[in-house]
Design a protein around this ligand. Structure first.
Ligand code: 1GP
Length: 251
């Protein structure tokens, strides 16, 4: 089984302490801006690109992912909301199971639909336990997946899910408050999770400033994912500040 991209990500996490992943939602970028965004992000210190979303409205989704792949030098990971988003124009797929939920469609149904296509395309898969944490208000992903997030103040429940992901052989857990969440996952929750599992921890959802990103890294996050903030306003200076804050523990 292919592991080249994952091995590279693991090595970078070791070298840099933590990585900065920028999430592109194809619905919110124009093809004309795409090349500049990729160049800016690579110059500013972003480490990874993610693309995908719980619902995609753009008929040009596949075309935009292909363009991203052509322009990007950094690894491009698909962060799919379902089997319909599978495309071969990425370096690897976060092969996710929504393990905080109890909806069989997102635990295993979409994965079964996607697998034969992934095999035919020959894309690397990165087994990922996707865990939604409550952010104080309903999010698109909880609505679309028909699942309840883990309560924001229940580290024991988060740890139990993280351990289950680890014992199932997943390489990472993606702890998500949901795109545009009012409140990100707390540092207390991430600290508790870091203390009980050994696999990598990606954290995203509602992270709006470099200080929050830095605190999450100090608490044990190995990758910080930011999407919404830069979709609303592209800000090169802020991209650099995030990169510095996320890498600061090792620089
Ligand atoms: C969403 O974790 C990602 O699934 C990123 O969240 O868009 O709020 O940055 P934001």
């Amino acid at each position: 089984m292919k592991r080249a991209i994952w091995n590279r990500i693991k090595r970078w996490i070791k070298e840099k302490g933590a990585l900065f992943a920028l999430l592109f939602d194809p619905d919110s970028i124009h093809t004309s801006e795409l090349e500049r965004y990729v160049q800016d992000a690579e110059g500013a210190g972003v480490d990874l690109f993610l693309v995908g979303g719980s619902l995609i409205f753009d008929a040009d989704f596949a075309k935009k992912v292909k363009m991203l792949k052509e322009k990007a030098n950094l690894p491009l990971l698909l962060f799919p909301g379902g089997a319909m988003q599978i495309t071969g124009d990425v370096d690897a797929i976060l092969f996710m199971s929504l393990i905080s939920g109890r909806n069989p469609e997102y635990l295993i149904g979409e994965q079964v639909k996607a697998s034969p296509i992934i095999k035919a395309l020959g894309i690397e898969t990165i087994p990922t336990g996707y865990i939604l944490v409550d952010s104080g208000a309903p999010t698109s992903v909880s609505f679309v997946s028909g699942t309840m997030p883990i309560p924001a103040d229940k580290p024991d429940i988060l740890c139990a899910h993280g351990l289950a992901a680890q014992y199932l052989g997943m390489k990472l857990v993606y702890i998500d408050a949901g795109s545009g969440a009012k409140k990100p996952v707390s540092t207390q929750m991430i600290k508790a999770l870091r203390d009980c599992i050994e696999i990598e921890i990606f954290v995203g959802g509602g992270i709006k400033n470099p200080e929050t990103a830095s605190n999450l890294v100090s608490s044990g996050a190995s990758t910080i994912v930011i999407g919404n903030l830069f979709e609303k306003k592209w800000d090169l200076k802020l991209l650099r500040e995030f990169a510095q804050a996320i890498h600061k523990n090792k620089l």
